[in-house]
Design a protein around this ligand. Structure first.
Ligand code: IVH
Length: 673
């Protein structure tokens, strides 16, 4: 493709991609599949790679990330990013309204109107657009000074890289700036998927924590993978400085921002409390979390005049919904042993309904938490569910403590193997120290190894793993591949057919690849994303084993804690035995080498396909050329080496003939292969 063509094509692709982005994210009515969308984006990235000066700062290709940032530069906010005064009581919201009414009256205005918006539970950021192009995005920080996280914010599909300006420029002359503030958040579904991919010990407690953690990542391509969203609620820099808040929200939408569209203009306390009441139920059905309602004076021209206290403006307030709670009785506490030996106390509760489901178990996290709550077996307890999180015990109802409650003692020994428990200095958890002998740890490691995102071994479920371990047939994942049909058939509820299926699934799992294996090993703190980084930095297990702690810590997003954990892992004798057995079983202990060439019959040739081939589709034919050292291009020039012309070949064939480029048909192509 020549450069002029490339430029045209890039522009066309950008426009199309932006249109699909908008249809998908803002209007929620996609018209093409994710696959087709990715193809468009890949094509654009390909063109920009070939002609780097064609890339623009607002190209959707910027969203795939790739840049590594060691330290985010500081940003001083032009205007401090204030937070809001919070309240849990509608009475206090009424007080707020009366206060504003008085102030507005004193200014000579009439009865004020308020915009009621949902309060999004995420991380506040500020976006700066110069001449319509996103030039900077930053965190709130301490309100005065934040971090420049533009590279990470660019990866968020609902952060417009440039803004559409309906009816021409809105912001006056060149060099004009507008600022948009809003919340970055994670949809419940995206949060669930992210956590599923993380090692148990590193799961995020809620979508907000996950968002905050992700925005700080150094590797922007990992940020791009973790699907976050942006909702806008504040717009500044318009020529029409008096535009009311309601109109600003609509303006933001026509510029391409998502607002959620669940705001409403309210006159007076009654309408406001109606809105609050309505959303206290409806919010559960939203695809994202909201923890309350924000009320803002609609008349923006009064904002400055009302001013702010040290921390929050006087023209707005946040009403927060209290977390959903229920009362029940703590029947018993059991101790679970995780795959890393962590002992987790789990509360067994008298079943009770809470926020749409029945709850009968809840984690007590650790023994510090039990101390802090002062809870005993038999106590009446309050449990709470905030958003998506698993319910937790938040308080004991001491007034109602029945006689005969029993203290929850730290067990001295592991409930699974009887080893004396240890508590490493500075940690809140107790551990079973018998890593290689404890059956609960063995089971946990094997189940993790077999799980869907790891080696995905179908049919290897909990009860089967328990039988295999308890009968001493396997100790770790390395033993799985030595199991025989005969051994399997000796187990309960296992016929020849199921045994055969499992052996097949095991054979199949050998093909999963090095990156998946790294994750499957279950090294502490090594989740899927970390495994991906590690696989790139150290393309074989041998290399990883030999790489020093410092060198590992220097890999983006790995850091000292993970580096230490990796070093400790490989220092264990049982680990090395297991790896030897995995190697013996033919598992991929290194990354796949780039495909080697089938032959060199097309070496140095740029090849064009035109017209329809009978025996190959375009994609397959192109791959055959690549595997034989050639390149596939799409427009004819003097440099083109070969044109493969099928039926109905058109203008490209004519042009090739004119330029004297060699033309062959399908039979000759096949012979050349
Ligand atoms: S307005 C000066 N509107 O809540 C006021 N904030 O507790 C600027 N938030 O820092 C904020 N949804 O992170 C506003 N619709 C909304 C919001 C919202 C969520 C967050 C924001 C703010 C915090 C205050």
């Amino acid at each position: 493709m020549d450069k002029a063509k490339a430029k045209q094509e890039a522009e066309r692709l950008r426009e199309e991609i932006n249109r699909h982005n908008r249809l998908y994210y803002v209007e929620a009515r996609p018209v093409i599949s994710d696959f087709e969308f990715d193809r468009l984006l890949e094509r654009l990235v390909g063109i920009e790679r070939e002609f780097p000066d064609l890339a623009t700062p607002d190209s959707p290709s910027q969203r795939v990330g790739g840049e590594i940032t060691r330290e985010f530069p500081p940003v001083i906010h032009r205007e401090p990013m204030l937070s809001l005064a919070n309240t849990y009581s509608v009475e206090e919201v009424a007080d707020f309204c009366r206060r504003v009414e008085k102030l507005v009256e004193a200014e000579g205005g009439k009865a004020p109107e308020f915009v009621a918006e949902l309060k999004f539970d995420g991380v506040a950021v500020s976006l700066l657009y110069r001449d319509g192009i996103l030039v900077r995005g930053s965190t709130r920080g301490d309100g005065t000074r934040g971090d420049d996280i533009t590279v990470n914010l660019r990866t968020i599909p609902t952060v417009p890289l440039s803004i559409v300006m309906p009816g021409g420029p809105l912001f006056g002359s060149a060099g004009s700036e507008i600022e948009v503030r809003g919340e970055v958040f994670m949809r419940k579904e995206d949060f669930g998927k992210l956590n599923e991919d993380r090692p148990e010990e590193d799961r995020f407690a809620n979508p907000r924590n996950a968002t905050a953690g992700t925005l700080k990542l150094q590797d922007s391509s990992e940020v791009a993978r973790r699907k976050m969203s942006f909702v806008a609620y504040f717009l500044k820099g318009l020529e029409d400085e008096a535009m009311p808040q309601l109109r600003r929200l609509q303006q933001l939408e026509s510029m391409g921002f998502m607002t959620g569209r669940n705001y409403r203009l309210c006159r007076g306390v009654e309408e406001i409390s109606g809105f609050i009441g309505e959303w206290s139920e409806k919010r559960w059905a939203l695809p994202y979390e909201t923890d309350g309602v924000v009320l803002k004076l609609n008349d923006v021209s009064l904002w400055d005049r009302l001013g702010a206290t040290a921390k929050s403006p006087r023209w707005a307030i946040a009403y927060k919904y209290a977390a959903q709670q229920a009362r029940t009785v703590l029947r018993d506490v059991v101790f679970q042993v995780g795959r890393l030996g962590t002992i987790t106390p789990v509360a067994e509760l008298v079943p009770v309904r809470l926020a749409g489901s029945t709850v009968s178990r809840s984690t007590l996290h650790n023994f510090d938490e039990i101390d802090r709550l002062g809870v005993r077996i038999g106590d009446h307890v309050t449990i709470e569910k905030s958003g998506e999180v698993i319910p937790k015990v938040v308080a004991v109802v001491l007034d109602e403590r029945p006689p005969g409650t029993v203290a929850i003692d730290v067990p001295e020994v592991c409930p699974a193997c009887g080893a004396s428990l240890v508590r490493p200095e500075g940690e809140v958890s107790f551990y079973c120290p018998d890593e290689s002998g404890c059956p609960a740890q063995k089971r946990g490691r094997i189940l993790h190894f077999a799980s869907r995102n790891a080696m995905d071994i179908q049919n290897l479920g909990e009860s089967l793993v328990a039988q295999l371990v308890d009968r001493g047939m396997i100790d770790d994942p390395g033993d799985l591949y030595r199991l025989t049909g005969e051994q399997l058939e000796s187990l309960e509820r296992m016929g020849a057919k199921s045994a055969g299926n499992l052996l097949e699934a095991l054979a199949e799992s050998r093909k999963r690849g090095y990156e998946r294996l790294l994750y499957a090993l279950g090294i502490r703190h090594v989740g899927r994303a970390t495994a991906r980084e590690l696989a790139q930095a150290c393309p074989s297990l041998e290399r990883l084993r030999e790489t020093g702690e410092e060198e590992l810590a220097a890999v983006p997003d790995i850091g000292p804690v993970i580096a230490r954990s990796i070093r400790e892992y490989f220092a264990r004798p049982w680990v090395n035995d297991m790896i030897a057995r995995l190697a013996e079983a033919g598992l991929p202990l290194q990354a796949e080498a780039p495909k080697s060439l089938v032959n060199r019959n097309f070496e140095g040739l740029s090849v064009i396909f035109t017209g329809g081939l009978e025996r190959y589709d375009r994609q397959a034919a192109s791959e055959l050329v690549l595997e034989r050292g050639g390149r596939v291009v799409t427009s004819v020039s003097k440099k083109t080496g070969l044109v493969v012309a099928g039926s109905d070949a058109g203008s490209k064939l004519d042009k090739a003939r004119k330029l004297g480029v060699r033309v062959i048909g399908e039979d000759e192509f096949e012979a050349m292969l």
